[in-house]
Ligand binder design. Structure first.
Ligand SMILES: NC(=O)NCCC(=O)O
Ligand SMILES: [Zn+2]
Ligand SMILES: [Zn+2]
Length: 520
């Protein structure tokens, strides 16, 4: 901050450099809000809980101590009986995503407004360049930045999908992981045959490249080819409704692909991040490979922690269609609690949402053919409450583990810890004043999504984000948004996260091919 510019703009000392965003001094003052003093709360980090006051100014946490005297220029927040926690980081969203001929309803404005209303202060969104049709990764990235930058109300980063292996892909991956672009992860779909899916050889090549660049490989693990065959068979047998979606994707399809992704990652010596772990079998595959020493992270999502797949068999077509996402919600009603227990045990690591919202009109495009129902569900607004309710309120995890799985671990994996994911002096002031004793009932009538339903409708959650602070500014308080479109910033993520890659060189050495010198 205030140092020589690290971005490609290379602006001068007159500007203030903030994550590669450059402000003139005047602009900087415009963005400033009064110092905030959060008094009498219990600060919760992933490894500690203690009573303290927290002072914030210029977007940064300046002081944490047992008693800070309020000065007239400070805005004081009384956090008595409240937890003061790092703002949530949702590592998996699809705002404004074009797919299946439609665009998701939450754009970067509505999506980040929903986020902060629920206590999330940073999202990592998926940028999906049309690489199959030759769009470069950087062109796709610029398009996403163009959509997001003017609209975001909280910070965000991008994870880039590779949907085909092309001769130029490796070079483009290297470019986009440079500090100028700030991408440190790639996503590979093992499903959605013909559009997003990569084949095993492409996935393996991609993982090798990720390992070389010290970027994280993330996978959507399903067997897209088998799913395609099953869809055709089910439609032939007259199964056309949303129940066909879950029947085309039996649980072992996710488990098989998760195992395969782990094997390929091991062959490529590449750390792996499995997005939306929905089933017992997928979680077991991750646990198995971790026990072999693999570096694999598993991300369940809010929907999978709260709901099961009985919804697909609902008599009401539209009700059932609202839950269509891939992989589907588990058919086993014990899965949501099991996934939470695995988060408690450290077998799964962090929570996301896969927020990818299609409204009733869009879902209805699949009437008569379940394969045409756009895949996706909401979650970014409700994750913090749902995880509290199902995790802490139900006694499975404590508040520190809650912080770990809602922000700190994401910050470590994506290499922004402790700037994000921790209440500490010098950290970004992304803070939530969280009331564990309050509750709210989730409803489409009160949510902030641009969506005419909510998959969590009627669920009562203890644990409410009463005040959300993004970079030192209150953006949500008293049940009202105080957001400014474009006030969030793009956070560049740098490669070689120590949390992921610290043992990489040693592992590489061990995997070196052996040559036997023989006397001819
Ligand atoms: N999950 C889903 O159904 N839709 C979003 C795209 C993806 O992540 O697979
Ligand atoms: Zn996915
Ligand atoms: Zn997704």
């Amino acid at each position: 901050r205030g140092q020589r510019c690290r971005s490609s703009k290379q602006c001068d000392y007159e500007s203030v450099c903030d994550y590669g965003y450059c402000y003139t001094i005047d602009e900087m003052f415009e963005n400033m809000s009064p110092p905030l003093l959060i008094k009498n709360g219990t600060v919760v980090n992933e490894d500690s809980m203690f009573k303290a006051d927290v002072l914030v100014s210029n977007g940064i946490i300046q002081e944490i101590s047992s008693s800070i005297i309020a000065l007239p220029e400070m805005e004081v927040i009384d956090a008595t009986d409240r937890f003061v926690i790092p703002g949530g980081i949702d590592p998996h969203t699809h705002m404004q995503m074009p797919y299946m001929g439609e665009v998701t309803k939450d754009d970067f404005l509505k999506g980040t407004e929903a986020a902060v209303a629920g206590g999330t202060t940073m999202i990592i969104d998926f940028c999906c360049p049309d690489h199959r049709n030759g769009e470069s990764l950087t062109d796709g990235y610029k398009k996403w930045r163009g959509w997001a930058d003017p609209k975001v109300c909280c910070d965000y980063s991008l994870s880039v999908a590779i949907t085909m292996w092309r001769p130029e892909t490796a070079e483009q991956m290297a470019i986009i992981t440079s500090p100028e672009y700030g991408v440190n992860s790639f996503k590979f779909y093992m499903a959605y045959e013909g559009t997003l899916m990569v084949h095993d050889d492409e996935l393996y090549r991609g993982m090798q490249e990720c390992a070389k660049l010290r970027a994280l490989a993330r996978v959507h693990a399903e067997n897209g080819k088998v799913i395609k065959e099953r869809e055709i068979d089910l439609l032939k047998q007259g199964v056309t409704g949303p129940e066909g979606h879950t029947q085309s994707r039996p649980e072992e399809i996710e488990a098989e692909a998760t195992n395969r992704a782990c094997v390929l990652a091991s062959q490529a010596n590449c750390p792996l991040y499995v997005v939306h772990v929905m089933t017992r079998g997928a979680a077991a595959a991750i646990a198995h490979h971790r026990a072999q020493g693999a570096i694999v992270f598993g991300e369940p999502i809010a929907a999978g922690l709260a709901l099961d797949g009985s919804h697909y068999y609902d008599d009401d077509w539209l009700h059932a269609a609202r839950y269509v996402m891939s992989p589907p919600l588990s058919r086993d009603p014990t899965t949501p609690e099991l996934l939470m227990k695995l988060l408690a045990a450290g077998e799964l690591h962090l929570t996301g949402t896969d927020n990818c919202t299609y409204d009733c009109r869009q879902k209805s495009l699949g009437k008569g053919n379940f394969t045409k129902i756009p895949n996706g569900i909401n979650g970014v607004e409700d994750r913090m409450s749902v995880v509290w309710e199902k995790g802490v309120h139900s006694g499975i995890i404590d508040p520190m583990r809650y912080v770990s799985i809602t922000s700190a671990t994401a910050a470590k994996i994506f290499n922004i810890y402790p700037k994000k994911g921790r209440i500490a002096v010098g950290s970004d002031a992304d803070i939530v004043v969280f009331n564990p004793n309050a509750y709210r009932t989730i409803s489409k009538n009160t949510h902030h999504h641009n969506l005419d339903f909510n998959i969590f409708e009627g669920i009562k959650c203890h644990g409410v984000a009463e005040i959300t602070i993004s970079r030192g500014r209150i953006v949500w308080a008293n049940g009202k948004l105080q957001t400014v479109p474009g006030s969030g910033k793009f956070v560049p993520l740098s490669i070689n996260s120590p949390f992921v890659f610290a043992s990489h060189e040693k592992r590489e050495e061990k995997k070196k091919p052996k040559i036997v010198e023989r006397l001819e």
